[in-house]
Design a protein around this ligand. Structure first.
Ligand code: PLP
Length: 372
């Protein structure tokens, strides 16, 4: 198979799988139990938080282990906004967020919050002037992704931090799912109040992720339960998953900078191969972008038709976010960039990894030319 859908998920690393198995075999006692076996396991759990802080160069951030980035994003958004229910506060996000953020803001509108959705340019990059115009002393949350999951645009988080820091009450949340372990940040994560990771995007396991926050932030928890993870994320702690996420993060960070130039070369090679094919346009990718994601539209073919054509050759690409792939609507990020419905219903997301090769790209191009 030729897999070009690493943005949807990635293959679990063997070392991560082995660790998951080992912890489940040897350290399966409940880490909240007060006897020795529980204490040993709780120490293992505490070490995950320390290791994540060390791996990312963070200073004493609190790490909440969740069932994935969807839960972590919900926890961040509602965790802040539930402190301000009924107070007509302002919140700001972007028009191109993943549904796990966007749907929370759409719900907050119904709860009386004034929501601003920042627009993007043709590269999928937010408008900072619009942020400056809309943020004020009544703004309690700004949430923006770092790397867009559809076109790979990289948002100017360094500039966003400068703007948000002028409003001490306002918290900044960054969905870092598609950037972590792939792109070297040009900003300091210590200056971001809260950010989200997903394990299965970095060769970890599905249904696991983290919300990492400044320890002074008070989150009104969405879940109610016992006191695990400070009662913010109650429920029996799964140290096998927490340790797997930590391991996956450490492994990918160790290889990030050595892999980047290779993936960038593949990305440029791919674009070069596409440039003279009639009816194919590249979406975004001329300013600040992640080479791990390439988005194109085959203007006379709906995304689904081409995806199923490629599938016959075991070549896998996506038509936007996998989480929404059963809903047939124009891809919202592409639409937000170009306001062009045709371009948005014909878009394809091709995502690369360090394991991708030029031979795989050649095979894709061959099939694309045959199709056209
Ligand atoms: N945020 C972004 C940017 C994503 O790409 C995804 C998944 O595609 C998520 C959040 C949700 O991640 P999870 O599958 O861990 O819930």
């Amino acid at each position: 198979m030729i897999y070009f859908d690493y943005t949807a998920t990635s293959k679990p690393n063997e070392e991560v799988l082995a660790l998951y198995q080992k912890i489940n075999s040897e350290y399966w006692c409940n880490p909240s139990s007060i006897y020795k076996a529980g204490i040993i396991n709780n120490n293992l759990f505490q070490k995950c938080e320390k290791d994540i802080n060390d791996a990312l160069g963070l200073q004493n951030k609190k790490v909440f282990f969740t069932s994935g980035a969807t839960e972590a994003n919900n926890l961040a958004v509602y965790g802040i906004c539930n402190n301000y229910l009924g107070q007509n506060k302002n919140v700001i996000t972007t028009s191109v967020e993943h549904p796990s953020v966007l749907s929370c803001f759409q719900d907050l509108e119904k709860k009386g919050f004034k929501v601003t959705y920042l627009s993007v340019d043709e590269d999928g990059i937010i408008n900072l002037e619009e942020l400056k115009e809309n943020i004020n002393s009544d703004t309690v949350l700004v949430s923006t992704m770092w790397v867009n999951n559809i076109v790979g645009s990289i948002q100017p988080i360094d500039e966003v931090i400068k703007i948000v820091k002028k409003y001490p009450r306002c918290k900044l949340h960054v969905d870092a799912v598609q950037g972590i372990g792939k792109i070297k940040p040009n900003f300091d994560f210590n200056k971001v109040d809260m950010f989200t990771l997903s394990s299965h995007k970095i060769n970890g396991l599905k249904s696991s992720g983290t919300l990492i926050i400044n320890d002074k932030i008070i989150l009104q928890s969405v879940l109610k339960g016992a006191t695990q993870q400070e009662g913010v994320r109650p429920g029996t702690i799964d140290i096998a998953l927490s340790a797997s996420t930590t391991k996956a993060l450490k492994l990918i960070l160790a290889k990030r900078d050595e892999r980047y130039p290779y993936v960038k070369e593949l990305h440029e090679y791919f674009k070069d191969c596409l440039k003279d094919i009639p009816g194919v346009v590249i979406n975004g990718g001329s300013k600040s972008y992640s080479p791990y994601i390439l988005n194109i539209s085959i203007l006379n073919t709906e995304s689904e038709t081409f995806i199923h054509y490629l599938e016959k050759y075991e070549i896998y690409v996506a038509a936007g976010s996998a989480c929404n792939s059963k809903i047939k609507k124009p891809e919202k990020t592409i639409y937000a960039m170009y306001k062009d419905e045709r371009r948005a219903v014909t878009s394809l997301r091709i995502s690369l990894s360090y394991a991708s090769t030029k031979e795989e790209i050649d095979e894709f191009i061959k099939r694309l030319k045959e199709f056209i």
